[in-house]
Design a protein around this ligand. Sequence first.
Ligand code: DPP
Ligand code: ZN
Length: 861
Amino acid sequence: PPVIRREDYQPFPWLVPTTQLDFRLGLEATTVTATLQVERNPAAAASRELCLNGDSLTAQSVTVDGAPAEWRMDGPDLIVTLPGEAHSVTIVTRIDPSANTQLMGLYASNGMLCTQCESEGFRRITFFPDRPDVLSTYAVRMEGDANLFPILLCNGNRTNAGENGDGTHWAEWHDPWPKPSYLFALVAGDLVANSKPFVTVSGREVECNVWVRAEDLTRTDHALESLHRSMKWDEDVFGREYDLDLYNIVAVSDFNMGAMENKGLNVFNTKYVLADPDTATDADFDAVEGVIAHEYFHNWSGNRITCRDWFQLSLKEGFTVLRDQLFSQDMRGEAVKRIEDVRILRAAQFPEDSGPLAHPIRPDSYREISNFYTATVYNKGAEVIRMMRSMVGVERFRAGTDLYFDRHDGEAATCEDFIKAIEDGAGIDLAQFRRWYSQAGTPRVTVSQAVEGDTLKLTLKQTVPVTPGQPDKLPMPIPLRVAVHSRGQGALGEEQLIVLTDEEQSFSLPLTGPDPVVSINRGFTAPVVIERALQREDLVFLAAHDDDPFARSEALQELAVSHLVGTASGSLAAGEQAAGEAAIIGAFRSSLADNALDDAMRGELMVLPSETYLFEVMATGDRKADPGAIHTAREGLKAAIGTALADELNALHARASAVTLDDPAGRGARKVKTIALGLIAAADPARAAHLAAAQYDAADNMTDRQGALMVLCGLDGPEREAKLADFYARYRDNALVVDKWFTLQALSLHPDVIAHVRQLAEHPDFTMKNPNRVRSLHMAFAGNPKGFHKADGEGYRMVADVILALDPINPQTAARFVPALGRWRRIEPGRAALMKGELERIMAAGNLSRDTFEQVSRSLE
Ligand code: DPP
Ligand code: ZN
């Protein structure tokens, strides 16, 4: 497959001012008649040929201005010869939605028809210039069986509808806003809506609907309320008002991604719509709210202003992730949300940035764009824009985004356009900052300090690591919020923002008293790794006293990371080992006793660093990660905490168990309850099994029930089997909860987890055709460090088998499994050879999709 390069961008020679689509819908045969009004693009090199992208399509007929046209195929694409300046091109295609297992284009799901077009799915529906810089106004007519498809939905507004009198009916839709093809959507099915109007800031009433299958209607209130909150927030915080009179959300159970921001017709994975306390956890509720917000915010950052080409993906995704993060911070509390977001960044993006698939947030080349919907483009992209915001402050940032929306409304823009608008609107020079868009790799900042009179001299040194294709790196501006506290006096210093721009630079900061302790990268102002040798008592001081709650949790993480990596690499002296453990236990004890903390924050302080992140830290420089040693060290620490703090943890579990479902403090209580249970389980499995079974039986909500079952899944014993069976029997008709049942077993700490996963893959409810189900079992397993990294390579083999089996069915989802194996270079030699061997076996199988081929070949380079 060819490599596509950012620098090769050329505008399309033709404009397509309007597109008329006519669908004769059927599950097995759908006929599409597309009429494109085209005219020469004065801004592009002239061409007599119109190249229309296709993917697995055959043209039934092609006419130009009503007469048979001169056309030919060029691989999958259709080339029409056009003599004049402006023409009407009509093409008829026929597709089989029921055979579409890739879930790109038009496909059948659960008896309904729906679409997914981003990035290049529209070309599986009809021949079209399927690129985001070709904006067109769409008019659509849909016709189909009135029984099978009582509801017919498309983008924009419904302009007309009627019955044919033969059991079929039709609807016409018009979207007044020009859009790229990837934002097209159509849904036809037997659906019901939960509706509630939203009145915009200028007093317009918007009909908001959440469409689901009838049996799911009772679980849609949270999504609808989340939509309303998002609409209000975007008006208040970014000055963005919704621009149609209708906003439809449809929940679909077969979906490759989380959700899709199609204009006026969002299509969602059911996982991010349906929620009630009996079937969804508190975390699920938060995820629904976050994804609803994300897709809504795309209406401005993505739809009104879209991307010129797919290399600019972070223009809409990085910015929209930042917007949804800020929204969730406002809804649920800033510190806890920030801690969660940084945890995700470290677990998902840092490994990407240090591995064979590392790429800048604005990539330079790709073979298959689906592979670039990554944590780098999304989450690091959000961090990069967040840094701009931190440097200029909230008000000037708003001036910058106002200018961006104003300047580029209706355009297909570039990341450069965004940066320029922030520069001009916020009044900041971002010349050097642009390197964050072009350089991959997580910068490392080493910190040293010296007292000089009444100031502290802080010396910072940055290195941006070598990444594939980028051997030489230049220094980048790194904004860091810092404060200098005094451990001697217990005094807290004032916070200020410093920006490291050189490779090495010193800053003079005021001292607050003796024994200065620097609190740095507060609030995680920059997505970097801070390297410093802080004394243990300094970290303990920060963990207990820092006035920035994020910095408190960071100090505890730093304490745990250095202890666990030291333990795993066997580099700690015996005294060090015991002292480190005691310090962590002490910090946990303080968190448990600190009445100023609420449980939501207390819970964050009790989460140990993930094994994935510990691999990252252990595999620094020439050192390799040893997954087995890390797992043992981390479980050992959990057991030590659980043993030393048994009374406190039991008391916490009891206190939290007494809080009722609707108590405002209930969420926090539910969070610490299960965390406490996990620590008790590491120390005293029998007691934990008893407590977990009781928590399971008493549960009046999914958070408690799932938490109890998660702990039981890692233990051996009769409670495990009994509660797993009960859970399945109770929820077998609810696909999203059955997904949880698969996931809990695939993620478990149980020694036989691989055998369990093998059995579950044979379960009658398992299918490779449903991405949620595949993720619930196999993706969960690939994220289970204990099972996946089993020393004999059985976990690797199992994941490679999944990739090979899934690739012909759903290449996009199959390729998502490759990065787990792709990390082999950073793992100890024994496992590395096994992982590499599996990648080679996949490569040797041949006939791979473009998606999987690209990821495997990059992983072996
Ligand atoms: N654009 C979608 C999203 O990020 C993904 N297809 O919301
Ligand atoms: Zn998005």
